[in-house]
Design a binder for this molecule. Structure first.
Ligand code: URA
Length: 434
């Protein structure tokens, strides 16, 4: 087989066979296909697309480029969740303990934040001592014992994606549905869960800027999951403003705890109940979304979900007391209110830019090697649709210095647009694809 022939075949709109796709991935991972040829292939895929069969073959070839985590020694139904990345997205911190409290098993490998989006591992490290590398044995033992464990990637999972994603990033070939879908699903399938629920974000703070793109990606992700024999659902959710109110690692942990304590409701709780509902239905614990959400709400009301979070933190060497006393979490030395200079209805928030404010305060990474400050970020006081009086606070900046806080305050004002007429708040859950 010659890579030049395969590139030409895809360029001309042909369909690659299973063997051809395996050849491309295998030889690329083993350094037998050069980056320039793989770039041309990615560009041909971007323009020509792939059939469902080709996308599944690509995904499976990527899965088998590395280790597949064996969760068979965990008793019970294993559920996993993936978000395509958003601002203020702390759902895993709420959802995982909540569904574990309802009897599901969560053996989850999470990632770190990059750019304007945050990562669950960084957030968990806000608990002093939390260990993300407890090794595979403790990972499995913890899930069997307390129902959940959240760690960083251990095994050599999907090396093909690491190499391909780095290439796509510098060759303008990230925004291709089959390439994104195979990248996401290869990692999820290699992580071994029985149920995969996907949160596909859509809007100005997300990868997918419009609903049509988000719907196509959601459909492709769920197809791959099902064809691979998994229970799979995707929820398309609004990302035209941060999820909840906090953006920044320890601040998001505090907000997640407040949801688990039953004190914070709103969009964040709604999303966790919806994603959790899809998981419980996938596990056949219940058939109806309403019943599933009642069970999840009961896990909050009884304190079981909050206790699960404390068990998780404790089982991974972290300061579990901080779950019940959030003053033990990192706190930035400067807190600055941001009074609005305008009166009106908040009509638009530049969501991605809000994520970047937190990053520039030190809360996010520009490159994978950057060290981050867990204490900084911001907490919004207003969401789209809210009325704001001039002088009223738009939010609070948490920073290391007054100078950086003042800079961030102006940036936050610049992210907000107002209207004189009332504005309908955006609908959070746009669609559920099962
Ligand atoms: N997230 C991934 O893991 N892969 C992509 O290609 C895009 C987003």
């Amino acid at each position: 087989m010659l890579m030049t022939d395969l590139i030409a075949k895809k360029r001309d709109g042909g369909e690659l066979s299973t063997e051809e796709i395996r050849f491309v991935i295998n030889d690329y991972v083993h350094g037998k296909i050069a980056d320039y040829q793989m770039s041309a292939m990615c560009m041909a895929i971007l323009f020509r697309g792939m059939t469902d069969r080709e996308t599944l073959d690509l995904t499976m070839a990527m899965v088998h480029s590395g280790d597949v985590v064996d969760l068979s020694s965990i008793k019970g139904v294993k559920a996993d969740k993936h978000s395509t990345g958003g601002v203020g997205d702390k759902t895993s911190l709420i959802l995982c303990p909540m569904v574990a409290a309802c009897g599901l098993r969560v053996a989850k490998m999470s990632g770190r934040g990059l750019g304007h989006t945050g990562g669950t591992l960084d957030k968990l490290e806000s608990f002093t001592g939390y260990n993300i590398s407890i090794g595979e044995k403790r990972f499995i033992d913890n899930v069997n014992r307390i129902g959940l464990s959240l760690i960083g990637q251990t095994a050599d999972i999907v090396p093909a994606d690491k190499k391909l994603y780095a290439l796509r990033d510098v060759t303008g070939t990230v925004p291709s549905i089959p390439l994104i879908a195979s990248s996401i699903m290869s990692k999820k399938l290699a992580s071994g869960a029985d149920i995969i629920v996907l949160d596909v974000k859509c809007g100005n703070g997300a990868f997918m800027k419009n609903e049509k793109q988000a719907w196509e990606l959601a459909r492709s992700l769920t197809r791959i999951g099902k064809l691979a024999g998994k229970k799979c659902a995707a929820v398309i959710t609004d990302m035209n403003q941060p999820l909840g109110r906090a953006v920044g690692n320890a601040l998001e942990v505090k907000e997640a705890i407040s949801v688990l304590q039953g004190e914070t409701k709103g969009d964040l709780l709604e999303l966790c109940l919806t994603l959790g509902g899809c998981m419980l239905i996938g596990a056949d614990i219940t058939e109806e979304m309403e019943d599933a959400q009642k069970m999840l709400q009961e896990a909050i009301d009884s304190g079981a979900a909050l206790d699960k979070l404390a068990q998780l933190v404790s089982a991974q060497d972290g300061d579990a007391q901080a779950v019940y006393d959030t003053s033990r979490l990192p706190l930035a030395p400067v807190q600055l209110e941001v009074p609005s200079k305008i009166s009106g209805y908040l009509s638009h928030i530049e969501c991605e830019k809000v994520g970047l404010i937190s990053m520039h305060l030190g809360g996010g990474r520009a490159t994978k090697e950057d060290k981050i400050d867990l204490s900084v970020g911001l907490v919004l006081n207003k969401k789209v649709g809210d009325h704001v009086e001039s002088g009223e606070s738009l939010g609070t900046i948490h920073a290391q210095t007054m100078e950086s806080a003042q800079e961030a305050a102006q940036l936050l004002r610049d992210c907000c647009t107002f209207s004189n007429a009332p504005v309908e708040p955006p609908k959070l859950i746009k669609d559920i694809i099962v």
